[in-house]
Design a protein around this ligand. Structure first.
Ligand code: TPP
Length: 531
């Protein structure tokens, strides 16, 4: 007799979801028992790590990922990175154990009280099946919900006594659309406005990368002879950053962002929120007289934009449709950005010198995962991303994503056979939020290189305190942390680097190794301005 457990593994198999990221508990053991040989359990030592590894894996492999968490405490531990997965628009199916139905009324130990409310509002759907027999169908519905636009995480709470119950006939396998095209009438209107603009500017967001449409984005920029910005604080790179039209990443504050767009009569934003701001710097959302057109596949993103007219549609399909309608603009294309002077080499290195060295040794098909808050501007200034799907960070602002995400990306590179080298740049503060990911990377023999700029402080919080005039904040210094010892304890190779040449050697060796390598680099403690 087939059980609910058998039927659920069959559904997961049919969906191609045979990798399970998790940390097990008693409420999950009835699901995990006799773990099938054709499935891979990726063991995380902490649930935050499990969720972010799955997120990185899903984004790099371009598939939804499954995370199995412990009941309420495990789900709680995973919550920070669940918030990030929601903002990242990463399709994740989170399953969590629940106490046995027989005892739920009296709330025994490990009951998840109001289990479906716990992950709200950072899931698209949360459900505890009314009957054990509904689990396979609920997994199918969870999958459909997670992958449809806007993609995102979903949550199932699954009582531990359900798995041994007899299954009903398997649910009908169905397919669902993951992209939708724009309304043709509204599209015509957008094309007409763009064609009639004197000096349009393009702002591309992570949706362009998620929809695999860099080539359409480049074609539109060239068709309109328009400069291109990345939307502020992007979680993915959106355009070849060595292209002459590329201007950089927009500032993430109201006044400065509007200033960067001044002189343009039309702004076309594709695949991003309007806009992702962080420090409050008052001002107008747009320069006066500028019109904003917003293309997104997320109705909520369109609804909350403070300015602009929106068109719902997949970024890639909409860019392709605009290209059908727009003639070649008769304008001088924007001139390329000035090349940067080489940074001074000092001891310790400046962030600029570190990242210039990283760029100098960068593998052509390298993937960068980043969580280095105060050094982000220097990193993005020095290391230009020129290929799609090769830059990942968190959209949320929550630390503890980058390190485990890099491990998930590296696993996806191996599983897909693509094998691109993965380098993470993780601040010495950010390093500690999900540091256990190093152990999983070591167990899986993943050759990920983790560069840690060591400034022994939460520098960005010092910069924020300066901007917002809040002196005397405690807890902004990080003395007494031995990154080398911590990394070695989790099974990593480590090498402290002081010079650009040493970095090149460490990178080459680390990317060829059969385990992760952590590379602490002491850097200047100067605090860069936040804007
Ligand atoms: C989960 C979480 N906790 C706290 C913060 C607040 N926070 C933002 S940046 C930061 C410091 C990061 O330090 P580090 O990684 O060393 O980078 P640096 O600013 O020095 O470049 C902190 C604590 C956060 N964003 N997310």
């Amino acid at each position: 007799m087939a059980t609910v457990r058998d039927a659920t593994y069959d559904v997961l198999r049919t969906l191609g979801m045979t990798t399970v990221f998790g940390n097990p508990g008693s409420t999950e053991e009835p699901f995990l028992r006799d773990f099938p040989a054709d499935f891979h359990y990726v063991h995380a030592l902490h649930e935050a790590t499990a969720v972010a590894m799955a997120d990185g894996y899903a984004q790099a492999a371009g598939v939804p990922a499954h995370v199995n968490l412990h009941t309420a405490p495990g789900t709680g531990n995973g919550m920070g990175n669940l918030v990030t997965a929601w903002h990242n628009k990463t399709p994740l199916i989170i399953t969590a154990g629940q106490q046995t139905r027989e005892m739920l009324l009296l709330e025994p130990r490990l009951t998840s009280r109001r289990a479906t409310e716990l992950p709200q509002p950072y899931v698209k759907w949360a459900y505890e099946p009314a009957r054990a027999q509904d689990i396979p169908g609920a997994v199918l519905r969870a999958y459909a919900t997670a992958v449809q636009p806007p993609a995102g995480p979903v949550f199932l709470s699954l009582p531990m006594d359900d798995w041994a119950q007899p299954a009903e006939p398997a649910p009908e396998m169905r397919s669902v659309a993951t992209r939708f095209g724009p309304d043709p009438r509204r599209l015509d209107e957008f094309a007409r406005i763009l064609a009639g603009s004197r000096n349009p500017v393009l702002v591309f967001g992570p949706g362009v990368d998620r929809s695999g449409s860099w080539s359409e984005a480049v074609a539109l920029a060239e068709r309109l002879a328009a400069p291109v910005w990345s939307a502020p604080a992007p979680e993915r790179a959106v355009f070849p950053e060595d292209h002459p039209h590329f201007r950089g990443v927009l500032p993430f504050a109201i006044g400065p962002l509007a200033e960067a767009l001044s002189g343009h009569d039309t702004v076309l934003v594709v695949g991003a929120p309007v806009f992702r701001y962080y420090p409050y710097v008052p001002g107008e959302h747009l320069p006066s007289g500028t019109r904003l057109l917003h293309v997104t596949d997320d109705p909520d993103e369109a609804a909350r934009a403070p300015v602009g007219d929106s068109l719902l549609g997949d970024p890639g399909l909409t860019l392709a449709a605009l290209l059908e309608l727009l003639p070649q603009a008769d304008r001088t294309p924007p001139a390329p950005r000035a090349t940067q002077a080489a940074p001074d080499i000092s001891t310790p290195l400046s962030a600029d010198a570190l990242f210039a060295a990283l760029a100098g040794h960068w593998p052509a098909d390298g993937v960068l995962v980043q969580e280095s808050p105060s050094n982000l501007a220097a990193l993005r200034r020095r290391l230009r991303i020129t290929r799609p799907a090769s830059y990942f960070t968190m959209a949320s602002g929550g630390l503890g994503y980058g390190l485990p995400a890099a491990v998930g990306v590296a696993l996806a590179e191996r599983d897909t056979g693509r094998g691109r080298p993965v380098v993470a740049v993780i601040g010495d503060g950010s390093f500690h939020y999900s540091v256990q990911a190093l152990w999983t990377a070591a167990r899986l023999s993943l050759p990920v290189v983790v560069v840690v700029p060591v400034n022994k402080q939460y520098a960005i919080l010092k910069a924020f305190a300066e901007l917002k005039e809040t002196p005397g904040v405690p807890g902004l210094d990080l003395p007494g942390l031995d990154i080398t010892a911590i990394a070695a304890g989790y099974g990593c190779a480590t090498e402290v680097v002081q010079t650009p040449d040493q970095l090149g050697a460490a990178l080459t060796a680390g990317l060829r190794a059969d385990r992760p390598t952590v590379v602490p680099v002491p850097i200047s403690t100067e605090v860069p301005s936040i804007l």
